[in-house]
Design a protein around this ligand. Sequence first.
Ligand SMILES: C[S@@+](CC[C@H](N)C(=O)[O-])C[C@H]1O[C@@H](n2cnc3c(N)ncnc32)[C@H](O)[C@@H]1O
Length: 303
Amino acid sequence: MRTRVAVDEIGAHNERMWDRLARAGIPYTRPQGTPPKSRSGKRRFLDRITQGTLAGVPFEGRRVLSLAGGGGWDAILFAELGADTTLVDISSTQLATVRRLAARRGTKLAFVRADMRDLGVLGSSEFDIVFHQHSLVFVPDAARVIAEVTRVLAIGGTYVFSTMHPVTFLFYESWTGKGWRPKKTYFSDKPVPVLQPTWEFDDVKVHAPTYEYAHRTADLVNACVAHGLVVDGLWEWSPSYAGGPAGSDDALERELPAFIQIRARKTGAARAGSRSRTGPPAPPAFVRPPGDSRPSRHQRRDR
Ligand SMILES: C[S@@+](CC[C@H](N)C(=O)[O-])C[C@H]1O[C@@H](n2cnc3c(N)ncnc32)[C@H](O)[C@@H]1O
């Protein structure tokens, strides 16, 4: 029997769903495109995957963690560019895809099946770079992931992560015929309801109702700050701005960003070795500065 690594039922359920999606072979479970053979071509290809957030950073001899990176190229390319690379994912099927590809290419990297919220099998301060793309959406407690990543990062290390944009994410599947209506309020922590849990790509259709969560921008930034990371970049972007038919995802992503991406660094001030499993402390109560008043509806409209 396979050991359970999921920290809760949400993790266990999403693991089953990702195993199912990977068996069906949807994009995100098959490395997309073919990187060039040359070293400089591989670097350009990886810089595109990382959206330039690691441009100019040398990988040779660095210790890199590709977090929840199963089914993608990034771990393989970090390794082929000289990094001592570890790939973590909760889905054994997602890991197996990269393992097969690495074996075919003769690329060496380490594989670990773990829940991103419990990296206990990895030691503290073991990595110089943690790259974590498009998967915080599958856990309710982003702060717990950020705490774990801070622990495994060495002083001076860099964490780059992206997830669904917390505003835009509320509007997919919500077209009324006249406009978009959010599926839930920005301020609740509940999962974002997935109305059509069948993933469809070309002729592949697979029913996989994953639990998905929008993480408020302030919560992501404040979790980094609370764990001693310094945020030095924040990007909001869509894969394409070409638009599409009214109500389509492409039309929405022309108006609003599909993804949010943050780069943070662990400075000497970080609490090295901390294994906090709790969320960030509550922010200080907001006190209005003297003379500040709530804008009236009229004032707001005029802005
Ligand atoms: C959208 S895919 C992204 C894959 C890859 N990073 C990429 O961008 O091509 C999401 C990945 O997150 C993994 N995942 C979901 N929940 C996880 C969890 N709790 N811990 C670790 N990995 C998880 C899935 O197995 C899947 O491989």
